[in-house]
Design a protein around this ligand. Structure first.
Ligand SMILES: [Zn+2]
Ligand SMILES: [Zn+2]
Length: 257
């Protein structure tokens, strides 16, 4: 039975070390030795809960269950927010398994394991091979943050002739800008909008504008208008909120390389 070290949230927000023991591998389960993990904003939300943190991981296959078909020991793989779904409902059959009523996700299922750990056990179908050209540390953040914004761009079939606005340049936003650029969107078609920092001085904002290019950066005040308002103000036709990225992890990798 695999036993491994994990790092969990706790009441009060302190991260604590613990141990998880899983039954011997069955069916299509894969034991992974974790080598890298992204740190996502959602981890902050779960820091006060008794669950293993981390949901964008990368590592090396250490052991495989009897029905694992394509992965073998030594393969490099990554995984994201969702770990399982029914595989037979309309959502699952149309590539939208993030809406499956039987989905298993970070924070709801598998609370005893995550990517802040030495190992994890996941099903083969929910693991994605990492290309040789990409390091584990590069791949891990794409498993949630990267896949989320990639999904927004691919769901709306964004082309180089479209105009795209990215609201917020944080962990997800800076990846959205890179994906959009790789899709061929150039300067006048790619607009990113940064939330005005509280206490940010006029001089600081001027400096950012100078560095990032005046026409690509707009600001909106904190706690004010909705992102839909800013979408209209920026002259953007469609509002594409980021949600449900999970089926696009692998394609996201390919685009960034
Ligand atoms: Zn995340
Ligand atoms: Zn389903």
């Amino acid at each position: 039975m695999p036993t491994f070290t994990v790092f969990k949230g706790s009441e009060g927000g302190k991260i604590v070390q613990s141990q998880t023991t899983r039954p011997d591998l069955t069916d299509d389960q894969v034991l992974i030795k974790i080598t890298a993990s992204g740190l996502c904003g959602t981890d902050e939300h779960y820091k006060g809960a008794d669950i293993v943190l981390g949901h964008e991981g990368a590592g090396v296959v250490e052991q495989t269950g009897p029905n694992v078909k394509s992965l073998k020991k030594g393969d490099r793989v990554g995984w994201g927010y969702e770990h399982n779904s029914c595989g037979t409902c309309e959502y699952c059959l149309t590539g939208r398994e993030q809406y499956c009523s039987e989905r298993e996700m970070y924070g709801e299922a598998n609370l005893d394991q995550g990517s802040f750990a030495t190992h994890a056990v996941w099903k083969e179908a929910w693991l994605y091979r990492i290309p040789d050209s990409m390091t584990d540390a590069e791949a891990a953040p794409l498993m949630c943050g990267g896949a989320t914004v990639f999904n927004a761009l691919s769901s709306y079939d964004i082309k180089s002739t479209d105009r795209v606005g990215v609201m917020g340049v944080g962990g997800l936003g800076h990846l959205a800008i890179q994906f959009a650029a790789k899709k061929g969107l150039r300067r006048h078609r790619l607009l990113w909008i940064r939330q005005q920092e509280r206490g940010g001085t006029q001089a600081r904002r001027k400096r950012i504008r100078r560095n990032e290019g005046k026409e690509r950066v707009r600001y909106w005040p904190q706690g004010g208008r909705s992102s839909r308002h800013h979408q209209r103000a920026a002259g953007l036709e469609t509002h594409a909120p980021c949600h449900g990225p999970y089926q696009h992890n692998l394609s996201a990798h390919r685009l960034l390389r």
